[in-house]
Each structure stands twice: as C-alpha cells, then as structure tokens.
Design a protein around this ligand. Structure first.
Ligand SMILES: Cc1cc2nc3c(=O)[nH]c(=O)nc-3n(C[C@H](O)[C@H](O)[C@H](O)COP(=O)(O)OP(=O)(O)OC[C@H]3O[C@@H](n4cnc5c(N)ncnc54)[C@H](O)[C@@H]3O)c2cc1C
Length: 212
C-alpha cells in the first residue's frame, strides 16, 4: 500500500549517506543507525536515498533495491522516502522505465477484470484472458531485462533474479497458454462483432435478447 500518499514535497529533504564495509559490501547496521539519526531531526519532511550522497553510482541495480528496502523498513512508516533512479546509461534507464510501465499496465488489467466482476459483470472471460496474457508476458520481459541489467550476476544460482527467471516461464503455459488466451480474446471479439451486425429479432428487448 502507498504510504504518505498525500505528501507534497516541501521543506528540508536531506539525502542520506551509505556506509560500506572494507570489502565494499553495504554496512546495513550502520546504514540503519544513520537513517534513524537523520530521521530524528526535527523539521525534515522526507528522506532522499539512492542519490549521489548514498554513492548510488557505486551500487549495482540489486544494491539500489536493497538500499530502498532497508530505508522503507527502517523509517518508511514515519517519513516519506524520495528514491533516486540512477542508470549508467540512457539505455539502462529506458529499460528500468519500461519495466515500471509494463508492471503498472499489468496491475491495471488485473484490477479492471476484478472490478468488472465485483461490480457489474457476471462473466469476465475476455478481461481475465487479457490480464493473464499481458501480465505473464510482461513479467517474462521484465525479468529478462532484470537479468540483462545485472549481467552475469543475474544468472548465478543463488540470485533472486535467477529464481524469478526460472519461475516465470511456466506461467505463460499453465492456466491457459498465451496462444489460447489470444484465441479466446479473438473469438469473443468476433462473436461481439457478429452480434452487433445481426438485426434484432422481433419482440426482443433493447439488447436484442443477447445475454453474455
Ligand atoms: C509448471 C506447470 C504446472 C502445471 N500445473 C497444472 C495443474 O496444477 N493442473 C492442471 O490441470 N494442469 C497443470 N499444468 C498443465 C497446463 O495447464 C498445460 O501444460 C497447458 O494447458 C498446455 O497444455 P499442453 O501441455 O497439453 O500443451 P499443448 O496444448 O500441446 O500446447 C503446446 C503448444 O501449442 C500451442 N497451441 C495449442 N493449441 C493451439 C491452437 N489451437 N492454436 C495455437 N497454438 C496452440 C500452445 O499454446 C503451446 O504453445 C501445468 C503445467 C506446467 C508447465
């Protein structure tokens, strides 16, 4: 759930630092302590992380996600967080933007079919087929992009993205393959077009007696 939904940026929003161990891994305990310290200062309205002050340029994509997760966990309930989006190149930035918009579009399609079912429609076969088809295909592309952004690390056996990469493939097959969802959607569109072309039978109601 979105926290601090009505927040309008104002006042002082400090960017926090990111401590590292000698081996250059993130010193999570010190980072948490630093977050608590900064967040306790009176008068600040939010905290910025994954910005230049937190050495974002030195962090991998994975580490940036970890930094955001730590920040949310430590102070997210108390203060809004402004999270920088950093990419080594425009190409990588565009990839991250594409991942975000595909994830958002999937959520909207799933929401739409659930809302139609809850509010006004008995059967949502077409809406559900569109949501399943788009969300699983998009998830495959998003995870594939995540592997690409991470390079070799993304295919290491103990990496979460590797697990996602192996898990997502079956979702495009079970509960109706992508091709079958296309056939369902196409069949329903054709049936709808035919129903619109057919003249209303005499004495039928305003919907031509069609019931779906
Ligand atoms: C990990 C996993 C878990 C599963 N879990 C369950 C479960 O819990 N319960 C259960 O009942 N089933 C389960 N299944 C089975 C799953 O539902 C079927 O594998 C799926 O419906 C595809 O059927 P099939 O394997 O017979 O492939 P096929 O129907 O032989 O399809 C093979 C390929 O041909 C394509 N194709 C088939 N017909 C057409 C067509 N008319 N036009 C265009 N392309 C077509 C398909 O899209 C697919 O790409 C699971 C499958 C997997 C992989």
């Amino acid at each position: 759930m979105t926290r601090h939904r009505d927040y309008v940026p104002h006042g002082v929003i400090p960017a926090v630092l990111l401590p590292f161990h000698e081996d250059l891994s993130i010193d999570e305990a010190s980072y948490r302590a630093h977050l608590r310290d900064v967040a306790s200062v009176d008068g600040i309205s939010a905290i910025t992380t994954n910005a230049h002050a937190s050495e974002v340029a030195a962090c991998t994509f994975d580490e940036q996600r970890r930094v955001l997760a730590l920040t949310q966990d430590e102070i997210g309930a108390r203060l809004p967080i402004v999270n920088g989006i950093y990419a080594e190149s425009a190409l990588e930035g565009a990839r991250i933007a594409k991942m975000a918009h595909e994830g958002g579009a999937s959520a909207l399609l799933v929401f739409r079919s659930a809302w139609a079912k809850d509010c006004y429609q008995d059967r949502v076969t077409r809406e559900a087929a569109m949501a399943k088809l788009y969300a699983t295909e998009a998830a495959q592309r998003i995870i594939d992009d995540a592997v690409q952004i991470l390079g070799g690390r993304g295919v290491m056996a103990d990496h979460p993205v590797d697990l996602l990469y192996r898990s997502i493939r079956a979702l495009r097959i079970y509960e109706g393959t992508t091709e079958i969802q296309h056939l369902i959607i196409a069949g329903m569109l054709v049936a709808e077009a035919k129903a619109e072309e057919e003249p209303s039978p005499r004495g039928a109601g305003s919907d031509g007696g069609a019931s779906r």
